[in-house]
Design a protein around this ligand. Structure first.
Ligand code: SF4
Ligand code: SF4
Length: 376
């Protein structure tokens, strides 16, 4: 096998893949069931992949359901994203004692493998790479975590009710950036995975498995299933120039309408795989002999996020929602060369008010169009 080739492994081969990675010193992160959701966490001998479980999602709602088959990756994005492992929610940046000796701040696992990264989340990892790993001052912690990463992507054939990656150009298939990419197939020929090789590291791991070269017909059918999934997305970003709509909607009355529903709870930013904002906190112990500096995720929905001398700039929920959407879909392009949204739908499912950014952009665009029509 070499880069660009495709092979087939059976269901036992998937478990073997995890064991081979672990035997080679990788900490393997993958999907698993916990707290009535499919979450991402370390896979070890005691943890099973979520075989036979799917999810129903809609605005403000996420429910597991039992499937009639034993598919492992037939679930769309859950509440957690891979961001938590590349850009942890809490991390110690520095520690110092009373004699000004600096202590090691954090240990970064040398080798980590992500199993089951969908197209939207592959795009999110690339986005984080541009934001945190690029520019004049890359985050060294992010860069070290990203450098040790082995990526096993999954071509999605089961989009969820809040998914819209196809309209963002990020899925449902994955095209680059992976070491291995799986397409799960269950039919009369059994439960198996088409494996695309994306790197030499992927080729080396695959050579440790019992893999058959893929038949042309199997490759064609798998590709067709992924292509068909693009037509089954639960929603779509409207086919308008979203940047322009956001830019021209600065004074739209619709922001007040969203604010009347938004709780400013920040859930959307916490679950978003690309939101990257943080705050820092200095803490000391009671003796004063030890001080630490911590970094925590922060959100533009928090009142003190925009605190400048004397007060917060964005006092209202209206201004905070507008800030989030304007950055995510508009000025993100100017800063980082892409949209900040990859169409995973997490912010829609996990918003307690069921606010759906695709619907809000549609409404903003409709209002602008109406305003244009009203022009003499
Ligand atoms: S849009 Fe939804 S998730 Fe985001 S802050 Fe408002 S209520 Fe919370
Ligand atoms: S804004 Fe929402 S749909 Fe877009 S990437 Fe973030 S969580 Fe996913």
């Amino acid at each position: 096998m070499t880069i660009g080739d495709a092979a087939v492994i059976d269901r036992a081969g998937l478990d073997r893949l995890v064991r081979v990675l672990r035997a080679q010193g990788y900490r393997v992160i993958g999907p698993q069931m916990r707290d009535n959701a499919i979450v991402l966490d370390e896979l070890d001998d005691r943890v099973r992949l979520p075989a036979g479980w799917g999810v129903h999602t809609e605005p403000g709602r996420y429910r597991l359901h039992r499937r009639e088959d034993e598919a492992v990756f037939a679930h769309s994005a859950g509440p957690g994203s891979w961001k938590q492992f590349l850009h942890p929610p809490h991390r110690k940046i520095a520690a110092i004692d009373a004699n000004l000796n600096l202590e090691p701040a954090e240990e970064i696992p040398a080798r980590t493998a992500f199993l089951g990264v969908r197209g939207c989340d592959m795009a999110a990892i690339a986005t984080l790479g541009r934001v945190l790993g690029g520019g004049a001052h890359p985050d060294p912690g992010f860069a070290a975590r990203r450098a040790g990463l082995f990526l096993i992507a999954v071509n999605c054939t089961e989009p969820g009710g809040v998914c819209f990656c196809a309209s963002m150009g990020t899925g449902p298939g994955v095209s680059a950036g992976y070491d291995l990419a799986l397409t799960e197939r269950i039919d009369d020929l059994g439960h198996r995975f088409l494996v695309d090789v994306g790197s030499e590291a992927g080729d080396q791991i695959l050579s440790s498995l019992i893999a058959e070269p893929a038949a042309e017909s199997d490759i064609a059918t798998a590709r067709a299933e992924v292509a068909a999934a693009a037509g089954r997305m639960g929603r779509a970003m409207p086919n308008v120039d979203v940047r322009e709509v956001i830019r021209d909607s600065r004074e739209s009355p619709h922001w007040a309408d969203v604010a009347s529903r938004c709780l400013t709870c920040a859930n959307c930013t916490m679950v978003c795989p690309t939101c990257f904002c943080t705050t820092t906190e200095d803490v000391t112990d009671l003796t004063g002999d030890h001080a630490e500096r911590w970094e925590h995720w922060a959100s533009c929905f928090e009142l003190d996020f925009s605190y400048l001398h004397g007060g917060s700039v964005r006092q209202s929920g209206e201004s905070r929602y507008r800030q989030w959407l304007s950055h995510k879909l508009g000025t993100w392009h100017d800063q980082f060369g892409s949209s900040g949204c990859v169409g995973c739908g997490r912010c829609i499912a996990w918003c307690p008010a069921g606010i759906d950014l695709t619907a809000e952009v549609t409404r903003l665009a409709d209002l602008l169009e109406g305003a244009d029509r009203d022009q003499p």
